[in-house]
Structure formats: structure tokens, C-alpha cells
Design a protein. Structure first.
Length: 255
């Protein structure tokens, strides 16, 4: 089981990467496109800032032993951030993001061990809660970074922590395609993964069973695939046997 403080440390590194990126943006870049073609960079930053504030509300309630705030509280945060100018969204994201990181860092061992957060049908421990934020943070930070450097990758320590938790994301975001059973092998870190496409998408550790299709690629690229961010221009060298990579892109359109 991954220690919560390891995930918190990775979230801190992702925050520092975001800080460096935001510091390099001028007014024009802030208003320019992000990797997500529906959002500008400012809107990505607004999403991260509002997510940080909501994360802090949820954390504070959990530490106090209270239920998480309702949807009305979340909508109020989103509305506030959406009403800000692009310059304000870029200026305000870092303080909000840092406040959440520091709140996680300030939890003592007893608080971390006892933390439980109910999100829909899930009950997450401290590592699970922070990992959820890390996945959002690392991927959306890449959405900004890749517009400044086409060779940018998702932060390596985040990839190490996210690669084993992709099953939930795949089941949530995956779309029906032609049935295909794939044995996925990743590097950095090394993993063997079973991926089933069809009416539903299932992803989990490889069980040793023979599969008719094989895919080998860096773990960083596989994380981006599941998050809908492996377009041809940002696909590293990979080996595919019996796998239509375009079919994989259809199965994982992003969100």
C-alpha cells in the first residue's frame, strides 16, 4: 500500500511544476489554448484552482468528522472562479493550490491514518484522496506544459503513483469499441496489464492468461492514453501487435 506522505510529496512536486509554468506565462499565453481544445490555459488553471478549494472544503470536513459539503457549495466555488478574468484565474490558482498541498502536509500521522472521505459509492483513505487530486493535477499541468514544450511528459513520480490506479479511470472514461483483449507491457515503471475493450472497458493487473493482442509502451504514455491524451503528435515509439492504436484512442476519448 502506498504511504499517504509519498503521494503528498508527489503532489507537492506537481505544484512546483505548475508554479514554474504559470510564472512563464504572459497575458497572451494565458488566453491561448491548452491541450484540451475546449479550454484555454486560464480555464485549466481555473479548474485546478476551484478543485483545490473544493478539496480543502472536503478535507476540512473529513478532519472534523463531518459530512462533505453538498453540491451547492461546489457550484458556488465553480461560479466564483468562472467569473474571474483570465489574469485573475492565473494569479489565484497558485495560492489556492498551495493551500491544499500545505493542508495535506500539515496532517499528523494519526489524522492521516484515520482520514476517510466518502465520494459517491467510494470511501477513500488519505492516500486515495490525495492520489485523486494528484491524477487531476498532474494531467492538467501537462495540458499546460505541452503547449509550451511539445515534448513535455507527465511528471515521473506522478506516473509511478498513478499507473496502478488506472482501472477506476478506465472504467469511468472508457467507451464501447470493437471487442479486443490486450496484454499491455509498460516501462518506467515496468508493469503488465490486462486491458479488455468492448461494451465495457476493464483494466487491471495481467493474470498470466494468453491474450491475442499486445501493446508495449512507456507507462507515462499509457497514463495519457487512459486520460485521452495520446494523439499521434504526442505518441512515443511503441510496439503494437494485433492492436489498432486508433481504436484505443476511440476507447479513451478523454474527459
Amino acid at each position: 500500500m502506498t504511504d499517504a506522505r509519498t503521494v503528498i510529496a508527489s503532489l507537492r512536486r506537481s505544484h512546483e511544476r505548475l508554479r514554474a509554468l504559470v510564472g512563464s506565462l504572459d497575458a497572451q499565453a494565458v488566453r491561448g489554448p491548452s491541450y484540451d481544445d475546449e479550454w484555454t490555459i486560464a480555464q485549466v488553471l481555473s479548474h485546478l484552482g476551484s478543485g483545490a478549494e473544493i478539496g480543502r472544503l472536503v478535507l476540512d470536513a473529513a478532519v472534523a468528522g463531518q459530512d462533505a459539503p453538498g453540491q451547492d457549495a461546489f457550484v458556488a466555488v465553480w461560479d466564483t472562479w468562472n467569473a474571474r478574468t483570465p489574469d485573475a484565474q492565473a494569479a489565484d490558482v497558485l495560492p489556492a493550490d498551495l493551500a491544499l498541498v500545505e493542508a495535506y502536509e500539515a496532517l499528523d500521522d494519526t489524522q492521516l491514518a484515520g482520514l476517510r472521505v466518502a465520494l459517491g459509492p467510494m470511501s477513500l483513505d488519505a492516500a486515495g484522496v490525495v492520489r485523486l487530486r494528484l491524477s487531476e493535477h498532474a494531467v492538467h499541468t501537462w495540458d499546460v506544459a505541452v503547449m509550451l514544450d511539445p515534448a513535455a511528459t507527465v511528471e515521473a513520480t506522478a506516473v509511478d503513483l498513478l499507473i496502478d490506479g488506472l482501472g477506476m479511470i478506465a472504467g469511468f472514461a472508457g467507451k464501447p469499441t470493437d471487442p479486443t483483449r490486450i496484454h499491455v507491457t509498460t516501462t518506467d515503471p515496468d508493469r503488465e496489464i490486462a486491458l479488455d475493450l468492448g461494451d465495457a472497458v476493464h483494466l487491471g493487473p495481467w493474470d498470466g492468461a494468453e491474450r491475442p493482442a499486445r501493446l508495449s509502451l512507456p507507462a507515462e504514455a499509457f497514463v495519457r492514453l487512459v486520460y485521452g491524451r495520446l494523439d499521434p503528435a504526442h505518441t512515443p515509439p511503441l510496439a503494437a501487435d494485433g492492436v489498432d492504436v486508433d481504436l484505443l484512442r476511440v476507447a479513451f476519448p478523454g474527459f
